[in-house]
Write a protein that binds this ligand. Structure first.
Ligand SMILES: Cc1ncc(COP(=O)(O)O)c(C=O)c1O
Length: 408
């Protein structure tokens, strides 16, 4: 094999990688705790955590040790056989959430695809073959064709039409619209699928009462409630699962992102009512891989032992108050949305992109969404030092972006 290029510029990457991402022009070479390092030796505070993945920070020693040990023992088996880590992880997941059984895939989109298939089969068995699923405007459920249809955002899906049939988007917050859709006998819905906190569209929390009402309506109209906790779950919202703050139990929950400490893993937890899959219905060659499951077991252990969901709640409250105070000092912050350590800074001027660029120069990775939101999804282990760095860096970045004279 010819010698491979030592990547040094994003232009070189463009020669060989498809152009589907709008990447920040930095190359990351290592990470430790809340920080990552670039190929030119800069240390950056990672306030996005691999898009809400690195709950325990980068290269957490207990995750590394567990995965390394498993790498030396058994890497892959397929799902034709049982492995211990997969069964143990299913038990751990169920213990934190609700009684049920688990299917493992490798990503969020795959977890949602599986949830959609479970709901459709349930509809065939219990609702005379009905198949429509209600989702909300502002949702994000993934990039496969069915999850794009569930997402219902033309910007993501228009180039890839036709999409699978069977999804209807409803306006957020409008329970009357949900009830009317559930009562529709022409297109009877079998499920309502929502994120307790809509992360990708700008960090919008569905309030607890709204979630409780969705549960009630699903029960009344014989539909399943599917909660996509891919971004909001695993302690990030301040409780292990965001929906627990509403005191409800879904029929199906999907999980991915931070579950395996940065290794690819997705899961669907299916409660008894929706447990309809039989052998041959669904599968994945890699899903529930022993290395990823072992890493995930370490993540669950550390989250629980170190009380990280509660810590996310208190750190998030502090960070949020400090950010709001920047707004009171005249910087263009209108509001800070979210729960725990999933935060959306709503700007009063369309400066999100400029602010993220300035933040990078100031040593921070933050995530602009559209023109007026900055998303933060840092590791749950962030401490006082990181809060200070985050707040002072965001202050500097906003000041610079504002001074650059972007349109108000
Ligand atoms: C709520 C939600 N669902 C699904 C997904 C898709 O996950 P993945 O990118 O792992 O396919 C995401 C990713 O951002 C998400 O935030």
């Amino acid at each position: 094999m010819a010698e491979l290029t030592q990547l040094s510029t994003p232009a070189q990457a463009d020669q060989v990688l498809l152009a589907n991402y709008n990447r920040v022009p930095v190359t990351l070479v290592r990470g430790q705790g809340c920080y990552v390092e670039t190929d030119d030796g800069r240390r950056l505070l990672d306030l996005l955590g691999g898009i809400a993945v690195n709950l325990l920070g980068h290269c957490h020693p207990e995750v590394v040790a567990a995965a390394t040990e498993q790498l030396q023992r058994l890497i892959h088996t397929s799902n034709l056989y049982f492995t211990e880590p997969q069964v143990q992880l299913a038990e751990a997941l169920i213990k934190t959430a609700f009684p049920g059984r688990v299917f493992f895939g490798n990503s969020g989109a795959e977890a949602n695809e599986a949830a959609i298939k479970v709901a459709r089969k349930w509809g065939q068995l219990n609702r005379n073959g009905a198949y429509h699923i209600l989702t909300l405007q502002g949702a994000f459920h993934g990039r496969t064709l069915a999850t794009l249809a569930a997402t219902g955002n033309a910007h993501y899906s228009d180039p890839f039409r036709p999409l699978p049939d069977g999804f209807r988007q409803l306006r957020k917050g409008d329970l009357g619209a949900v009830e009317a859709a559930l009562a529709d006998t022409e297109r009877p819905p079998i499920a309502v699928m929502v994120e307790p906190i809509q992360g990708e569209s700008g960090v919008f929390v569905l309030d607890d009462e709204y979630l409780r009402q969705l549960r009630t309506l699903c029960d009344r109209y014989q539909a399943l409630l599917i909660l996509d906790e891919i971004q909001s779950g695993m302690g990030r919202s301040g409780t292990m699962w965001a929906h627990q703050q509403a005191g409800i139990v879904p029929d199906i929950m999907t999980v991915a992102k931070g579950i395996a400490g940065g290794l690819p893993l997705g899961a669907v937890l299916v409660g008894k009512r929706a447990d309809v899959l039989t052998p041959g219905d669904h599968g994945s060659t890699f899903g529930g891989n022993p290395v990823a499951c072992t890493a995930a077991l370490a993540v669950f252990r550390v989250l629980e032992r170190d009380g990280l969901p509660a810590r996310a709640a208190s750190t998030g409250a502090l960070l949020r108050a400090r950010l709001m105070a920047l707004g009171e000092k005249g910087l263009p912050i209108a509001e800070v949305r979210g729960r725990g350590l999933l935060l959306g800074i709503g700007l009063s001027r369309p400066l999100a992109q400029e602010t993220a660029r300035a933040a990078l120069s100031a040593g921070l990775l933050i995530n602009p969404i559209g023109t007026s939101t900055i998303r933060l999804a840092p590791p749950l282990i962030m401490g006082e030092e990181e809060i200070e760095l985050a707040v002072s860096g965001i202050e500097r970045a906003l000041t610079q972006a504002q001074a650059a004279g972007a349109p108000s």
